[in-house]
Design a protein around this ligand. Structure first.
Ligand code: FNR
Length: 344
């Protein structure tokens, strides 16, 4: 029976979860899998712009055991996912159009556990395109996009918003969006004009959480999150059902480990293993490691790292060169023609 062949997945619940936030260029497959390995319950993809995904082709990669969405125009990978994360990955879309959002969401519906709409990004690119925080000023349109997705998809839909200075106005917006049937709402406790260094409005989050009937996912606490226990404190301070972590995970993904933070060299090694396993691009791999190293880029190792260009060269610095070459050899023996940039 077809029903037996199709893998069945439980509907994702957003209650009482610790979640890795959507992060452009950071939230690619290796980092998402690492976060899950360390204990994150749910991982969000980086924001993917609807029209970019729309011009992609879905392709099963038999060697890497991934599903790739490949840009038809230039062959770049827009989204790579693995069945290993299928039940825990939420794809975040940047969109300004309900119909387009649904078309794209339908394209990926069977490969992800949920769809999220970015309604908080204050960057010029998003605002000018009517996406991200622009939607906070157009609640009707925002609700229309969510309703279209909720009605048209078999997987849960969420959105991620920012707060207004006026708490009542924030609650009113969250309730309007919740009324569309979304499964949860992630709220970043800063206004669109506030920057990451501003304090997070935890008391506003607390008031919002107390007023809502669906799980509220509190976000924005990374400045005060240095260890696992701080995640639980943030949850307590905001009274929210779930919490979503961005920067603390970008800096050290082992923040999700209840057993405690790991030294960054260990985190980098585990990250690199996954980068090799999934043939992650050297530029993306380098970017993610740069954001783990931060000021350590000034050290002799950091300086050598900045000179690297290939995945193999990066791996060599953390004694992972042999692993990288072995993977390249294995993939090549299976007929892989990806972008692995070492000579097997
Ligand atoms: C982000 N943020 C973000 N938000 C979003 O909705 N979609 C995205 O693609 C991104 N991209 C992104 C990249 C990077 C490098 C950072 C640091 C942040 C915002 C992020 O999800 C979160 O809302 C804020 O960083 C606040 O949470 P933390 O960092 O205090 O946990």
């Amino acid at each position: 029976m077809t029903g037996d062949i199709l893998e069945r997945h439980e509907r994702l619940s957003y209650a009482d979860k610790i979640i890795m936030a959507p992060m452009v260029r950071i939230g690619t497959l290796p980092m998402r899998l690492l976060a899950l390995e360390y204990g994150a319950d749910i991982v969000y993809t980086e924001e993917l712009i609807d029209w970019k995904l729309l011009r992609s082709t879905r392709k099963v990669n038999d060697v890497l055991k991934t599903i790739d969405y490949i840009d038809k125009t230039d062959g770049t990978i827009i989204f790579r996912t693995s069945p290993l994360e299928r039940s825990k990955v939420v794809l975040q879309l940047g969109t300004s159009d309900a119909k387009r959002a649904l078309t794209v969401a339908k394209l990926v519906e069977n490969d992800v556990a949920g769809i999220d709409i970015n309604m908080g990004c204050p960057k010029k690119f998003s605002i000018l395109g009517g996406m991200g925080a622009a939607l906070l000023k157009q609640p009707e349109k925002a609700a229309g996009i969510l309703k279209t997705l909720v009605d048209g998809l078999s997987i849960p839909v969420t959105c991620k918003v920012r707060v207004f200075e006026d708490v009542e106005k924030s609650i009113e917006l969250c309730k309007k969006l919740a009324a569309t049937g979304i499964s949860a709402i992630a709220v970043h406790g800063r206004t669109p004009d506030e920057r990451p260094q501003h304090r997070n409005r935890n008391e506003t989050l607390k008031t919002i959480c107390a007023s809502m009937d669906i799980p509220v996912i509190a976000n924005g606490g990374s400045k005060e999150i240095e260890k696992y226990k701080d995640i639980l404190q943030f949850k307590k301070d905001t009274g929210c059902s779930s919490v979503m972590i961005a920067r603390a995970a970008e800096w050290n993904c082992s923040i999700f480990r209840s057993a405690g933070l790991l030294p960054i060299d260990e985190v980098i090694k585990s990250y690199l293993k996954l980068a090799c396993d999934y043939d992650n691009s050297p530029s993306n791999t380098k970017y993610c490691i740069q954001n783990i190293l931060r000021e350590l880029q000034e050290t002799p190792l950091g300086k050598r790292f900045l000179d690297t260009q290939t995945l193999e060269q990066i791996c060599e610095l953390w004694d992972m060169g042999d692993y990288c070459r072995a993977k390249a050899k294995e993939f090549s023996s299976l007929g892989y023609t990806g972008r692995f940039d070492v000579v097997p």
